[in-house]
Write a protein that binds this ligand. Structure first.
Ligand code: KIV
Ligand code: ZN
Length: 519
């Protein structure tokens, strides 16, 4: 069997990352195919056991992304999601067959509420579907995961029958998701215990948790499920995912590593890569990480109050339960300025959790020098914003060349913008109700589109009037939003970058759909 860990390896918890599938389902968090490959690569390198690469039937783009991730992944199992529909399963099988270690993950709803209102099927019909679809998947690959969608709102007697049917049909992993984030830890733990104790041959499969964070309990529930006997945790980087998100991978992994005394399990993830992975996912999705987010938030290791600082200076364990280094943030005393060289810059990036290839490093260094010319003190946050900007725009078709604005009390405000559109540089002038409006109008004149601006948000990356502005823009095209982020010491340039970042995502999506229609 092609399982990452044998069912007998009883204390090893396998980490199943679904950032590229459930994470990407989060409105506005879509990623381009290249970005998905970058995320998959870091997940594979850091030792994630299973990468759920996407939902192959959803579109040609999704299918191709799963194929590409499957081809390139060296160690992890690569899973493709499929509804309990023969066409879905066949498509998922076609996509993951390129992987060294392929898995089909098929799911069906089991709760009365889903059966009545969404599936419009009886319990007996769903049982037949489980048998047929898991059997079909097992005929395609050896490694099959079956999920009972909305398991936590399913009467236990019926859930037992479903799990039994899935195991009999050949499922190798049984996932019991808390799809709507409704369970409490005690309930979730008890559900796993009951299922494992009751269903025949439960010891031959790996049980899995998959928790959503609607009540802020996703991580607690996941760990409770592990206590109940689950040995696979489905989670996402930064807790990205549908609605309030999924359980955060970094929190699960660090809870297990830090509290081995009460959570006696092992995981195979290299925790020193957690910060890098978090930054990459934040940059490519344009979803900022909340400052006080556990493990990877900017303030996760910051000690502000006098008492805490005093304790830290005397002995760091007074207020630190894990070291910043253990999650990939190294302490550094390097102060960056316009005289800093390439070597110091690379060390600083490493300390901040980034590892860039030669070209990306060269590009980031050039932009750092440019920033240092314009800004006296370059803080860590400035460098993070600058590198994220580079990651975000690396594959863009439309790039900002220059922007100048006439603004002030005597309107109308006017923007003159030069864009590089697929290699051709074009200029346009536009007026607007304020300089931001004029800037966005200039973009619309150069790249006509009918997406609507849904959100425009500005915050300062650091303190002081020369701080970089970080702008988020959400554009909505036919009900499917994309988010872009841009930073620059000039708020209007940051606004233009953010708008262009969102627009580039829309254009990339349009191109994929166009290619799909042409096939
Ligand atoms: O939340 C959920 O139930 C899911 C399934 C598809 C596993 O994401
Ligand atoms: Zn989910």
């Amino acid at each position: 069997m092609n399982s990452p860990v044998s069912a007998s390896d009883k204390d090893r918890v396998v980490i199943f990352d679904t950032t590229l599938r459930d994470g990407e389902q989060c409105p506005g968090a879509s990623m381009t195919p290249e970005e998905k490959l970058d995320v998959a690569e870091i997940l594979d390198t850091m030792g994630v056991d299973i990468i759920e690469a996407g939902f192959p039937i959803a579109s040609i783009g999704d299918f191709e992304s799963v194929v590409e991730v499957a081809k390139r992944t060296k160690n992890a199992v690569v899973a493709g999601l499929a509804r309990a529909i023969p066409g879905d399963i066949a498509r998922a099988g076609e996509a993951v067959r390129h992987a060294r270690r392929p898995r089909i993950h098929t799911f069906v709803s089991t709760s009365p509420i889903h059966l009545a209102h969404q599936m419009r099927k009886s319990e007996e019909e769903v049982l037949e579907i489980i048998t047929a679809t898991v059997t079909q998947a097992r005929n395609l690959v050896d490694n099959v995961e079956w999920s009972a969608m909305d398991a936590t709102r399913t009467p236990i007697a019926y859930l037992l029958r479903c799990v039994d049917a899935a195991i009999k049909a050949g499922a190798t992993t049984i996932n019991l998701p808390d799809t709507v984030g409704y369970a409490t830890p005690d309930e979730y733990r008890a559900m796993f215990r009951t299922v494992r104790e009751t269903v025949a041959n439960a010891d031959r499969v790996v049980f899995s948790v998959h928790c959503h964070d609607d009540l802020g309990l996703a991580v607690a529930n996941s760990l409770a499920g592990v206590e109940g006997g689950a040995r696979q945790v489905e989670c996402t980087i930064n807790g990205l995912g549908e609605r309030a998100g999924n359980a955060a991978l970094e929190e699960i992994v660090m809870a297990i590593k830090t509290r081995g005394d009460v959570l006696p399990y092992t995981v195979g993830v290299d925790t020193t890569m957690l910060t890098r992975a978090s930054k990459l996912v934040s940059a490519v999705t344009s979803f900022p990480v909340q400052y006080n987010k556990a493990i990877v938030g900017r303030n996760a290791f910051a000690h502000e109050s006098g008492i805490h600082q005093d304790g830290m200076l005397k002995e760091s364990s007074t207020y630190e339960i894990m070291t910043p280094e253990s999650v990939g943030v190294s302490k550094t005393s390097l102060v960056m300025g316009k005289h800093s060289g390439r070597h110091a810059f690379r060390d600083k990036l490493k300390a901040l959790g980034y590892e860039l290839g030669d070209n990306a490093l060269e590009d980031a260094f050039r932009r750092f020098k440019d920033l240092a010319d314009r800004k006296k003190d370059v803080y860590d946050e400035d460098i993070e914003a600058l590198v994220d900007q580079g990651i975000l725009t690396a594959h863009d078709r439309v790039k900002l060349v220059s922007l100048s604005i006439i603004a002030g009390t005597r309107g109308p405000q006017r923007a003159t913008m030069k864009l590089d559109i697929g290699g051709e540089v074009r200029t346009e002038e536009a007026e607007g109700n304020g300089p931001v409006d004029a800037t966005f109008n200039a973009i619309k004149a150069l790249v006509p589109h009918d997406a609507k601006l849904e959100l425009y948000q500005v915050h300062a990356v650091t303190e002081g009037t020369d701080a970089q502005a970080e702008v988020s823009v959400r554009l909505d095209a036919k009900g499917s939003p994309v988010t872009g982020r841009g930073s620059d010491p000039d708020t209007l340039v940051a606004s233009a970058r953010a708008y262009l970042s969102a627009l580039n995502k829309l254009l990339a999506r349009g191109e994929r759909l166009h290619a799909q229609a042409a096939e």
